[in-house]
Design a protein around this ligand. Structure first.
Ligand SMILES: Cc1cc2nc3c(=O)[nH]c(=O)nc-3n(C[C@H](O)[C@H](O)[C@H](O)COP(=O)(O)OP(=O)(O)OC[C@H]3O[C@@H](n4cnc5c(N)ncnc54)[C@H](O)[C@@H]3O)c2cc1C
Length: 279
């Protein structure tokens, strides 16, 4: 279908984009366009203005920051797929998103702002304990990933705010992201990211997060509790799968029934932990 009419403005700075977005509640930022353009074509969105932030080079980077990483909002899935530094879970997750065309245009900031309840990055940033940095009319705000996702397609972003960076405070030494989907370029039926810190063969700290199995991405806290402080061994896997399946609250849709998603949450959790621990 043909999108409804809108004005197109190519922002030449973050400040300019924030100014326009704060003045007009019906204006929308355009990053890679891989979620917004399909919505426009379906006429499921009808913004008055599209503020194209896609050429703001200052938002396009991935760099080490202390023990963690700073990822600019406009880093594309493909750039993260090619990232060869710490936090190897980023390329592992990126290559599971869509197809090469989507990955070369779509951005991490766009994915988080869009907040599709089955998108891949939200589970990964939750497991990494990331902080979303947003610039708005009143300056810079830092929102922990756990508070950022509020429901399907709904986030803590306020009017006029742009995600500028995803900050990962500490790259886990062991991490993995496993996605179960019908086809490679489809959204997750269930996806689980696991980040693990271990010492002397014992799990010291673990963060597990799931997507596709509820109205928003969630931490799998019961599954985490089941393995925190335990010796790394094969029996952890069955326990984590059981706990993850029990604690998620999936809904049925065209892709899968709630029961199937629940079962796959367990499978994805088990596989993610197995890969992270190298079992
Ligand atoms: C065929 C297909 C398959 C896909 N498969 C997957 C998949 O397997 N897994 C997956 O996770 N995703 C998938 N996607 C979605 C894809 O990852 C998108 O790239 C992503 O959801 C949005 O990023 P974008 O840069 O394209 O954002 P856009 O489409 O430009 O914007 C999306 C929304 O975010 C807002 N926005 C964008 N950037 C910012 C910012 N910096 N600050 C504030 N708001 C912002 C926009 O206003 C808009 O509301 C798929 C998409 C398609 C079309």
């Amino acid at each position: 279908m043909i999108p409804p009419q809108f004005d197109y403005i190519r922002a030449s700075s973050i400040d300019e984009a924030v100014d326009i977005l704060s003045e007009d509640p019906n204006a929308k930022a355009l990053a890679g366009g891989q979620s917004l353009i399909p919505l426009l074509k379906l006429r499921a969105a009808a913004p008055s203005k599209l503020v194209d932030i896609g050429r703001l080079k200052e938002l396009r980077y991935v760099r080490q920051a202390g023990d963690g990483l700073a990822v600019g909002a406009l880093a594309t899935h493909a750039e993260l797929e090619r990232w060869a530094g710490p936090c190897g879970v980023l390329p592992e997750a990126a290559r599971q998103i869509g197809d090469p065309q989507i990955r070369s245009m779509g951005t991490i900031g766009g994915s988080l702002a869009h907040a599709d309840p089955a998108a891949d990055w939200p589970a990964v940033v939750l497991a990494l304990g990331a902080v979303v940095k947003a610039r708005g009319p009143s300056g810079l705000r830092e929102v922990p990933a756990e508070e950022f996702f509020q429901g399907p397609y709904s986030t803590a972003l306020q009017q006029g705010e742009l995600i500028v960076e995803v900050s990962i405070p500490r790259c886990p030494p062991r991490a993995s992201y496993v996605k179960i989907a019908k086809t490679h370029n489809d959204f997750a039926i269930a996806g689980v990211a696991a980040a693990v810190w271990a010492k002397d063969g014992v799990v010291e700290e673990v963060r597990l997060a799931a997507t596709g199995v509820g109205l928003k991405p969630v931490r799998l806290r019961k599954a985490e509790e089941a393995i925190r402080g335990r010796k790394i061994a094969g029996d952890l896997l069955a326990e984590v799968a059981e706990a993850a399946s029990r604690e998620v609250e999936p809904v049925s849709d065209v892709r899968a029934s709630a029961e199937y998603r629940r079962a796959m949450a367990g499978v994805a959790a088990r596989r993610a932990l197995r890969r992270a621990l190298g079992l």
